[in-house]
Design a protein around this ligand. Structure first.
Ligand code: SF4
Length: 345
């Protein structure tokens, strides 16, 4: 019988496991400590558990840590880790050290079914959802793990298309019995799947980033098929009507494509759409990927766009590109690795 995995289990799930095994209830909290606060490589190293408890657990469970299979380091210090996933596939996790923060960009799915035309992960198609254990493994199981200050769910896959596992991983990251991270240090990025977005807003206090990319319905349908199901205007209306409390932040990601979304009319419509919503916009330079005619707006035009939005009262920044020399655009490195592995067969 295949063993179950401990990594990625919530305290409630661990409690259920120890209850079923006839172990004392407090054992669940001890296991959570070993999984999320300490560094171990086998169940036998859980030294404050009884011998019987360790034996019982080892019979039925593995820890679930998966080592990375490859890493590339950029000239600017960015590292891209590849973790093996089922079916001979790979997921990407990017570590981005900076002067004041060290950010990890994690994946939530193997491939993606959303088909955005500018995205290499979308071109891979959908393979599978990651479990909460596979999501947490990216955070726990790499060399710089102890230096992390921020986590962004902006890697491969659409987090709100895997909402159950994503919510479990957020519970583990922000609970006292888990990583005890402040939700202010975690941002989840989505193209705007409204039902899952509402669940995320109701059940977590983490920041939200929405991929907007153009304010016009027809243009957005062309590059982001999700627009046919959840138009961006409806997403923004939901956000405007949400009962906000605390200090959580909403931002909009806006990749700039030459001629497609960088003109005056886009700027005016964006400002109109976001009127009365307390938010900010991150402008992102587009790095060309194979099999698309889309081109990136030049940096000078991006600055003009940023300044005009700022004058209209919207906090707007240009995100600095990191790790360009190691294929930092999400999905490029794993695609390369999959092609390499298939050509070996
Ligand atoms: Fe999926 Fe995000 Fe890529 Fe769209 S941009 S295809 S949602 S991974």
């Amino acid at each position: 019988m295949e063993k179950d995995i401990l990594l990625g289990k919530t305290l409630n799930e661990l409690t259920e496991i120890v209850n079923k095994s006839g172990l004392p209830r407090f054992t669940a909290k001890q296991i959570a400590d070993w999984l999320y606060k300490k560094n171990i490589s086998s169940i036998d190293e859980m030294s404050n558990l009884s011998k019987k408890a360790r034996e019982l657990l080892s019979q039925n469970f593995d820890l679930g840590f998966i080592d990375h299979s490859n890493v590339q380091t950029s000239k600017d210090g960015t590292k891209k880790y590849l973790f093996p996933a089922n079916g001979g596939n790979f997921i990407e996790t990017a570590y981005i050290p900076d002067e004041t923060r060290n950010t990890l960009c994690i994946s939530t799915q193997v491939g993606c079914k959303m088909g955005c035309s500018f995205c290499m992960t979308g071109k891979q198609g959908f393979q599978s959802n990651l479990s909460s254990g596979e999501i947490i493994n990216q955070i726990k199981n790499f060399p710089e793990s102890d230096t992390l200050t921020n986590i962004v769910y902006m890697g491969m896959g659409e987090p709100f298309d895997n909402i159950d596992e994503v919510m479990k991983s957020l519970e583990i990251l922000t609970s006292d019995w888990g990583f005890a991270m402040s939700p202010k240090r975690i941002t989840v990025s989505s193209i705007g799947i409204i039902p899952a977005m509402k669940r995320f807003l109701a059940e977590s206090n983490c920041h939200l980033a929405i991929s907007l990319h153009t304010p016009f319905d027809d243009d957005r349908r062309e590059i982001m098929p999700i627009q046919k199901v959840y138009p961006i205007k409806n997403v923004i209306d939901e956000l405007k009507n949400w009962n906000w409390s605390g200090q959580r932040r909403i931002s909009f990601e806006y990749i700039m494509f030459k001629g497609l979304n960088d003109q005056q009319r886009h700027l005016d419509e964006l400002a109109f759409l976001l009127k009365d919503l307390n938010c900010r916009i991150n402008l992102i330079h587009f790095h060309p990927i194979p099999k698309t005619d889309l081109k990136g707006t030049d940096y000078h035009q991006m600055e003009v766009f940023r300044d005009a939005l700022t004058r209209k009262g919207i906090i707007t920044t240009i995100r600095r590109s990191r790790g360009k020399d190691i294929f930092a655009a999400c999905g490029l490195l794993s695609t390369k690795e999959i092609v390499k592995n298939k050509s070996k067969k």
